[in-house]
Design a protein around this ligand. Structure first.
Ligand code: ZN
Length: 649
């Protein structure tokens, strides 16, 4: 998953539809649950009927009714807490309202558990075999922090089924069979990877589905939607489903669609397997819901600002979104670390292998972004350089290892960007790009360029094609797969890099790839796009050690660097630079000018209402990060970024 605010860190980092008479999947589907996980102790109470009424979604309310087969006596129903793609206990229970439990028309009293806020206890009366539950879910407006409830607006919404369900405690999600239906506002279209069994004018009845696959299959719906097949006539079908607040935004530039087609072809060539029956990129273009990229087995829930595909800077910054989320269908969904593959949504997850689940996905996504032409090789190198530079300027490395950022992911996902350099955030995403690049170049070196991470992908993600299943793995499985490709002390290789508290980032992959990280006055294209994008900020990380929003508010001042040394810190607001009103461009010019002067850069600041002036002593220019070729070293990086196919050039 990539959450909206993470896009900002180092370069921004995203159906079934309509009526398809042929899409009549029947009960055989019950034989293909997602999980190979823990089996239940007792026969699971199924099927559970779920009907969701979204006709009032424009008023930000979803209404749901469930019917459970029950036996008289104590019963605990739970609301999903730990979501598989989030790696965090973030089920939005605060927006669950209007909860009622019914035996016939008789209302049953209930109590929220005093310790587990996600559990509801009640006693089913004698003679009762069927329990009715009604609940509403409140959709939020997108706010400054992550809120998964911000999934709908006036003209569209994304239904995340976990928001509108309860389920009986103590059963594996793969053993609870739901019969879901959904009623939409009149005339709204929809898309989802869920098989459909029947449909009337506004209501869709989906085929019976295990709870884990239901929660893994969001539905995108709205007034304005358009479908782009990405492998026309191919098998399995893969398509782009675009939803937006307005009709104009559905005109996806044709060259972009061509790149997405190449992405599908390149992923097929890289993984040589597929673990979906069909695949849907559910792309929502809207300024009215939370930005997100969330992976699923057979779809991805990708949400970006409405202008993203037509704004060249925004488009550059989200180039890696589809490649990342699509790669998750193999890495994260099909192959999942043991600690993240819990049998239900209540048991805590262990994030120690997130540097593989998310980190390797970020690496493979980077590779596929280049191979599909979504970024040129040069733009990809600038992106890697910016990532490396960001991680080189992280004083938090001295106290918090990369391994700890993964272990602590469940709290770090919710940390603010302020002080990110000292706290460290979810660094297991970007830093793992560097580590897995080093794995790739090391394998190439060890095998005389006969093997690579492509071979790892064939071996690790292969298996029976077609069905969405989970196959868990451990650190040991990873080591043994790598040893099968290129024998090496991979255990020490990873532990050295993961447990390090040294100040420098792991740059061995860049060097092994035939390049080196350098700094110059030539602008880094990705960084320039970050600054120019409508939501952009000023990134002065590698010069004075400062990140600042367009209005001058300091996001980060890196301890040990000139801006922090002058007195600046997060939350202060810069109002002036060298006697002129603050602007990002003005500060950049002042930094460049200081290269040829001896005086300090003077900044005027508001600190909680107090006016202060600081002198930033710095004369080394803008120091934009780049990769520079090491002469005579083999150019493995170039080889890695080249397409495997020659489709639709
Ligand atoms: Zn991800």
């Amino acid at each position: 998953m990539i959450k909206g605010n993470l896009f900002e860190m180092v370069g921004r980092r995203f159906c079934k539809h309509g009526v398809r008479a042929s899409t009549l999947y029947l009960a055989f589907f019950l034989l293909s649950p997602l999980s190979l996980l823990a089996r239940p102790k007792a026969q699971a109470p199924s099927p559970i009927n779920l009907s969701v009424d979204a006709t009032q979604v424009s008023q930000r309310i979803l209404r749901a009714k469930l019917v459970f087969p029950v036996r008289p006596g104590p019963l605990t129903l739970v609301y999903p807490k730990w979501m598989p793609a989030d790696h965090s206990p973030d089920g939005p229970i605060w927006n669950l309202v209007g909860l009622k439990f019914l035996s016939g028309t008789h209302e049953i009293p209930w109590q929220q558990d005093l310790v587990d806020m996600y559990a509801f206890n009640l006693v089913v009366p004698s003679q009762t075999t069927s329990l009715g539950v009604s609940l509403d879910f409140l959709i939020s407006a997108p706010g400054p922090t992550i809120d998964f409830s911000a999934s709908g607006a006036a003209n569209l919404f994304v239904l995340m089924w976990n928001q509108v369900i309860l389920y009986p405690k103590g059963y594996a999600a793969s053993d609870l069979i739901f019969h879901p239906s959904l009623t939409l506002p009149k005339g709204w279209k929809f898309s989802t990877s869920l098989p459909i069994s029947n449909q009337s004018a506004e209501t869709i009845w989906f085929a019976p589905v295990p709870l884990d696959l239901l929660v893994d299959s969001p539905v995108q719906s709205g007034e304005f939607m358009r479908i782009f097949p990405l492998n026309p006539g191919g098998s399995p079908p893969q398509e782009l489903d675009v939803l937006s607040d307005d009709a104009w935004a559905l005109d996806v530039p044709s060259e972009l669609v061509e790149h997405y087609k190449r992405l599908v072809a390149e992923a097929t060539a890289l993984y040589q397997s597929h673990h979906f029956r069909d695949y849907h990129f559910l792309l929502t273009l809207s300024d009215n819901i939370m930005g997100l990229g969330q992976e699923h087995h057979e779809s991805s829930d990708d949400r970006v600002r409405q202008h993203t595909l037509v704004d060249p800077n925004e488009r550059l910054l989200v180039a890696g979104l589809f490649p990342h989320e699509f790669s998750h269908s193999w890495n994260g969904q099909y192959r999942r670390p043991e600690g993240l593959a819990t049998p239900d949504f209540q048991q805590p997850m262990k994030g120690d292998l997130l540097w593989v689940y998310e980190g390797l996905t970020d690496y493979l996504g980077t590779v596929l972004t280049a191979r599909s032409g979504l970024l040129t090789a040069e733009q990809s190198r600038d992106r890697i350089a910016l990532t490396a530079s960001t991680l080189e300027h992280r004083p938090g490395r001295r106290w918090r290892s990369l391994q700890n950022t993964a272990n602590a992911a469940q709290i770090l996902y919710f940390s603010v960007p302020q002080w990110a350099s000292y706290r460290r955030g979810t660094d297991f995403y970007p830093e793992s790009i560097l580590i897995w690049l080093e794995v790739d170049t090391t394998v190439r070196k060890l095998t005389g360029d006969r093997k690579s991470m492509d071979d790892f992908c064939h071996a690790f993600y292969g298996g029976p094609d077609g069905q969405p299943i989970v196959k868990t793995y451990t650190f040991e499985d990873l080591i043994s797969t790598l040893n099968g490709i290129a024998p090496y002390d991979w255990r020490s290789f990873f532990r050295t890099r993961l447990d390090s508290t040294q100040p420098s980032a792991p740059l061995g992959g860049i060097e092994g790839g035939g390049w080196r990280l350098v700094y110059s006055d030539d602008p880094n294209e990705i960084l320039v796009a970050e600054e120019a994008a409508p939501s952009g900020s000023g990134n002065f990380t590698s010069s004075i050690g400062l990140e600042v929003t367009r209005d001058g508010t300091v996001v980060d001042a890196i301890p040990g660097m000139p801006a922090f040394a002058s007195g600046l810190s997060p939350y202060l607001k810069i109002t002036g630079v060298n006697g002129r009103e603050f602007s990002v461009e003005g500060l950049r010019r002042a930094i460049q000018d200081a290269k040829t002067t001896t005086g300090a850069i003077e900044v005027e600041v508001v600190n909680a209402g107090k006016l202060v002036a600081y002198n930033v002593n710095y004369h080394d220019g803008n120091r934009f990060p780049h990769l520079e070729r090491v002469r005579d070293a083999p150019d493995y990086l170039d080889e890695i970024l080249k397409p495997l196919t020659l489709t639709s050039k």
